[in-house]
Design a protein around this ligand. Sequence first.
Ligand SMILES: Nc1nc2c(c(=O)[nH]1)N[C@H]1C(S)=C(S)[C@@H](COP(=O)(O)O)O[C@H]1N2
Ligand SMILES: [Mo]
Length: 243
Amino acid sequence: MTNPHPEASPLPPGQKARPDFPRFGLAPYAGRFPHDATARTLQLSGGALTPAVISSTLQGLERVEQVSDFHCVTTWSHRALRWGGVRFSDFYQLHIAPRTDPALGVRWVVLRGQDGYQSRMLLEDLLASGVILADTLNGRPLSLDHGAPLRLVAPAHYGYKSVKHVSHIECWQAEPQGPQSPFAFMNHPRGRVAHEERAQWLPGWLLRHVYRPMIHANAARFARAAAQHAATKPATTGDFDAR
Ligand SMILES: Nc1nc2c(c(=O)[nH]1)N[C@H]1C(S)=C(S)[C@@H](COP(=O)(O)O)O[C@H]1N2
Ligand SMILES: [Mo]
C-alpha cells in the first residue's frame, strides 16, 4: 500500500521508510508457519492467572480500525497500515482481568505465536491506546505473511513485540526469566520506538548500523520460505499475500 501522506510526520529516530511491507522476523522463524491459520482460540496461562482457553477470541468485543506506522528494529518502517481487530485493553478486561488474582497483580505479559516465537511486554504498555489484537490488514483478512489468524499490533514498540500467529498469552507478576529470542541481546524489556530501545546493553543508534545491512537478505529469506511453503501447503492452512 502506498502511503497517502509520506511527509505527514517525521519517522522515529534511526528509521527509514520502506515502500513495501515485507514478511519479516528473526531468521530462525523464516521457515516456521502456523499449523492452523483459521484458529479462533487463545490459551491463557501464567503464574498470575487461572488458566483458560478462549474459544472465540474477538467475539463480544467492539471492533476498531487503526492506522499506524510499523517500525522494525532493523530500521525499516512501513507507513500508514490500516489494522482491524479489538483493543488489547478490551480483551484484557473481558477475558484476563476476571481470571487474575488481585492480590498478585499482573506486571508482565508473554505472547506466544503458533510458530514458537515469543515476546514479552509490560502490561501497562499493552493496555495503552493503539495496541490491538488484529485480524485484518488494509480491509482484508490477515494473510499468513502478516500473522494470520491473529496478531498483536503495538505501534509504539518495535515490530518484534508485535507477535504474529498469536496463540498463547501468559500473565506474570515478575518478568519471566530466560531469553525471549534466540539472540539474547535483542531482549529489550520495553522496546519503545520513541526511545530507540532497540536492544539491551548496546545503544540503539549503534545497532542501526549493525542491522541495516541485514535487511535485504533477511526479507529475501522470509519471502523465499513463504513461497516454498505456499507451494507445498494444503489449501486449508491459510493464504499468503499474492505472490
Ligand atoms: N510469530 C512471530 N511473530 C513475529 C515475528 C516472527 O518471526 N514470528 N517476527 C517479529 C518481527 S522481528 C517483526 S519486524 C514483525 C514483522 O511483521 P511482518 O512479517 O508482518 O512484516 O513481526 C514480529 N512478530
Ligand atoms: Mo523486526
